[in-house]
Structure formats: structure tokens, C-alpha cells
Write a protein that binds this ligand. Structure first.
Ligand code: KG4
Ligand code: ZN
Length: 328
């Protein structure tokens, strides 16, 4: 079964064709980051991207069994570009529309790279979300922990900006960290007595701002690689300690990373260490599927379709939506 995936939740417009949820036939991403900065929105280049994805998969819309589209969560204006396009294409070609939750798509990026199957425990870390979820089946997902304030990617991006590093800060911090001493600066490790798997990253981010301001006030310059590296270590330590505890407490032996921050080399190597220590199996997405893409949406769309999830022409887009009980 071939699913066309469409993703336009944020900075990218993307389309892909994936067979049976795992085999990527084409994967096209048009990054509108530059235009985004200029006009503050996604440029509706979607028709061209979809055409290229179909061509890349050597098929026409007639060969497609369903159209999966990200409908939540994200920037409403951007999401609507994809949703409206998917609905018109579905109407014109008499194909079903399959609404896909963006974070469920991130989880599915792992199905593209290897043959992992649920159940497993997944750390979903992106620019807007940080969740620990139990993936009981492809479509039955339970939230175990979540951030109470900033997402990990958001904190990395803001810290990067404070340090004067290029956007996105998460990528820059990953790049510069090997040049610094990760033990040079201390950071708190926020914990919640009533929710041992929940996260908080805003305090860590504020600490970076304070270190920089204090140095400025004293007329000193802050060592950027040292601070970046220490901050990255603090974020990864927080992420991994709750994730490890959740796996132990819930008895999971298959651990999975997902979302833009899962590209982080420190997070990947720490996750590897933890899994090796316990004899757990670790799965991470290929780097090209960590960030936003449409192949992951087509993959999750396939499994949602098998579970009977389709929408009609009334499908809307939503800025927020729980991953465990998505409604449309
Ligand atoms: O999943 P994603 O592409 O978009 C959202 O759904 O938000 O995630 C984007 C986030 C950004 O915060 C970016 O800084 C972060 O992922 N990111 C990274 C790395 N690559 C992307 N963070 C740390 N290390 C990386 N290598
Ligand atoms: Zn994303």
C-alpha cells in the first residue's frame, strides 16, 4: 500500500511516498527557512513538492492508496497549507485523507530506518515538545512524562541565541560542544516529587543567560564552547535520567529516540551507553529523518489507516493536540 505524506507544520513544506509504512519511495523537503524569516510563514510551494514526490516514486496520484497529512500540532497557518491541499487532492482523486499527529510522525521516523515494532518506550524531543511516551501499539500511545515549561529543542535554541551562535541553536551547540569542557559550568537538575518523569528546562536556560550577563558585568568574556558544552550535557543528563528511570519502572527493554533533538550526538551516545549498561535495545532514526519530513507522516499515516483512521472534507488544523488522544 502506497501512502503520500504531506507535512507543513512549521518551517518546511514536505511530501513523500512510503510503501507499507516502511519503504521510502521518495522524500522531498523544501525548506522555507529563509523565506520564513522574510515573510513569517510557509510559502505555498506545496503543489510542486507533491508533484516531485510522486515523480520520485515513479507513480501518479492514481497509484496512491491514501493521503496522510499533518493536521496538528503546529503553526495553524502552515498546517492549513498542507491540510487544505490534501483535502482538495483527495477530493479530486477520490482517495482517503488520513490525519496524522506530528509527534506520532516523529515516532514513526524509526519505522523507516529499521524493523522496530511496538511496544517500546520513546523519548520524543523536538523544538516544541519533550515527551516520554509508551508506544503500546502503532496507534495506542500513553504519555508517561512531559516538560512543564520549555521543550528541550526550544531551550537549546534560546541558549544558542544567548551565546551568539547561528540558528538553530540546537544544531550549533551540538557542533561547538566537542571544543569545550562539559564540566566547566554547573547546572541544576530540576525534579518533581509528584511526577518523576516530568522535565523542566527553563531554569537551565535562565542559568545560561545569567552566566553570560555576569561575565559581561565583570567585563569578562564567557568561554562559549565551555558553556555550550556544559549546557548540552545538562540537558542530555536530564533527558536521559528520567527516560532511564521510566524504562526501569515500566519494564521496557526497547528504547527509541525521536524528534529533531534526537539528531544530537551527545544524546545519541548517552542513550547508547545507558542501553548498553542495561542490555536494552536502542533504536534511533537515521539523521535525515530526525528533523521534520513527510516520509515519517506517510509511515504513521499507513498505520493510522490500518487502524481505521480517516477524515472527511471537514478536517481542520489545530495548534495544540494531545499525542495520546488526538481528535479531528
Ligand atoms: O522536530 P523538529 O525538526 O521540529 C519540531 O517539530 O519542532 O525539531 C527542531 C528542533 C530545534 O529546536 C533544533 O534546534 C533541534 O531540533 N535540533 C537539534 C539538533 N538538530 C536539530 N538539537 C540538538 N542537536 C542537534 N543536532
Ligand atoms: Zn517536528
Amino acid at each position: 500500500m502506497k501512502i503520500l505524506g504531506i507535512e507543513s507544520s512549521c518551517d518546511e513544506t514536505a511530501a513523500a511516498v512510503v510503501e507499507d509504512g516502511r519503504k521510502v519511495l521518495s522524500n522531498v523537503i523544501a525548506t522555507s527557512l529563509e523565506e520564513h524569516k522574510l515573510y513569517g510563514g510557509v510559502v505555498p510551494e506545496i503543489a510542486g513538492v507533491v508533484e516531485e514526490a510522486l515523480k520520485g516514486a515513479s507513480c501518479t496520484v492514481d497509484d496512491i492508496d491514501g493521503i496522510a497529512v499533518t493536521y496538528a500540532p503546529g503553526l495553524i497557518g502552515s498546517l492549513l497549507v498542507g491540510v487544505n491541499f490534501a483535502k482538495s487532492l483527495a477530493l479530486a482523486s477520490d482517495k482517503p485523507v488520513i490525519p496524522v499527529h506530528h509527534l506520532r510522525g516523529h515516532i514513526a521516523s524509526n519505522y523507516l530506518s529499521c524493523d522496530i515494532e511496538p511496544p517500546f518506550l520513546c523519548l520524543v524531543v523536538s523544538g516544541g515538545h519533550s515527551h516520554i511516551v509508551a508506544v503500546k501499539s502503532y496507534t495506542d500511545i500513553e504519555v508517561i512524562g512531559r516538560t512543564r515549561d520549555d521543550a528541550a529543542g526550544e531551550a537549546l535554541d534560546k541558549a544558542g541565541r544567548t551565546l551568539g551562535l547561528p540558528y538553530p541553536g540546537g544544531v550549533s551547540i551540538d557542533k561547538i560542544s566537542p571544543e569545550g569542557d562539559e564540566n566547566a559550568f554547573g547546572f541544576p537538575h530540576p525534579r518533581f516529587a509528584d511526577a518523576p518523569y516530568d522535565y523542566s528546562f527553563s531554569g537551565l536556560k535562565t542559568k545560561v543567560i545569567n552566566y553570560v550577563h555576569n561575565a559581561q558585568q565583570k567585563g569578562e568574556s564567557v568561554n562559549v564552547p565551555d558553556l555550550a558544552s556544559s549546557f548540552q550535557k545538562a540537558v542530555v543528563d536530564c533527558l536521559m535520567s528520567n527516560f532511564e528511570k521510566a524504562a526501569e519502572d515500566y519494564g521496557f527493554t526497547k528504547l527509541v529516540l525521536a524528534g529533531g533533538v534526537s539528531a544530537n550526538s551527545k544524546l545519541r551516545s548517552e542513550a547508547e551507553k545507558v542501553c548498553k549498561k542495561h542490555g536494552w535495545e536502542l533504536t534511533v532514526p537515521e539523521l535525515k529523518y530526525c528533523g521534520d519530513n513527510a516520509a515519517m507522516i506517510a509511515s504513521q499515516g499507513y498505520f493510522e489507516y490500518l487502524a481505521g483512521v480517516t477524515a472527511d472534507e471537514g478536517l481542520n488544523a489545530y495548534a495544540t493536540m494531545p499525542i495520546d488522544k488526538p481528535k479531528f
